[in-house]
Design a protein around this ligand. Structure first.
Ligand code: SAH
Length: 241
């Protein structure tokens, strides 16, 4: 796992976000994976307003308080909703193009940085990781490192609000890959994106079921609470010290 930011010529999602912000979108953002058929990510979804957000995200935003850090902020939809409510919120993203788009959209505190960069300092009362926040761990084995990093960025009474989904619905019950059989965890997905001729590097993205998130948090000295279940195997969790 690196600590650097993305190169603009290998950042399809950032290119799509910036083009959409400028009103010059050039076609679909295509998501490839060895596990699924190619899929198109609707770029509009990254620009959702508060009323267009899933219930889980609305709930997360309603719980935000104090100084907020929005990690992997994308087009800044959550940051903007909180900023409009008068909260002090900082958006970070690994994509320089997404960060430029956020600035154009009026996000006042944007830093283009990798969450794991030692240059990112400070502590926050609320840390948001939304739209499958566990993805940033890459694989189950990356969860302790993610949680350790989040601990460094959290005030003593602070909260981490993170969402994910249990991908078991993709498998028949008797086909669910099992750890006992030495198979990788079924929520470990590989993705690669393309947009308007821009090809991104492949990356790992973790979907984590709630019981496993809770167990990993506990093993790493953190409390974990399921705040809300969504309509489709998704959930919002609150992690704290
Ligand atoms: N939270 C946004 C975007 C989710 S997509 C939303 O809900 O709409 C995930 C985002 O995380 C992308 O913009 C990606 O560039 C960013 N990202 C991925 N790895 C990161 C890292 N290590 N540090 C900071 N941002 C990261």
């Amino acid at each position: 796992m690196t600590t650097t930011t993305l190169a603009a010529d290998h950042d399809p999602m950032g290119a799509a976000i910036l083009d959409h912000t400028k009103g010059i979108c050039q076609g679909p953002l295509t998501v490839h994976s060895s596990m699924f058929d190619d899929d198109e990510m609707p770029i509009d979804h990254l620009f959702r307003s508060l009323s267009e957000m899933p219930r889980l995200e609305q709930e997360a935003l309603s719980r935000a308080r104090g100084r907020v850090l929005d990690i992997g902020a994308g087009a800044g939809c959550h940051t903007l909703a909180l900023q409009e409510r008068g909260l002090e919120v900082k958006a970070i993203d690994i994509s320089p193009l997404s960060c430029e788009a956020m600035r154009l959209r009026g996000v006042s505190d944007v830093e283009c940085t990798n969450l794991f960069s030692p240059l990112l300092e400070g502590t926050y009362d609320t840390i948001l990781l939304l739209m499958n926040g566990t993805g940033l761990a890459g694989k189950v084995s990356g969860m302790p490192r993610l949680l350790d990093r989040l601990k460094q960025l959290l005030t003593p009474g602070g909260q981490i609000l993170i969402d994910s989904s249990d991908l078991r619905y993709l498998f028949d019950d008797d086909d669910l890959p099992s750890k006992a059989d030495g198979e990788p965890y079924y929520g470990e997905v590989d993705y690669q994106m393309t947009y308007a001729g821009v090809e991104g590097a492949p990356f790992d993205w973790l979907y984590l079921d709630y019981p496993l998130l809770e167990a990993i948090c506990q093993a790493n000295g953190l409390k974990c609470e399921c705040i809300m279940r969504g309509d489709h195997y998704d959930y919002l969790a609150k992690v704290s010290l």
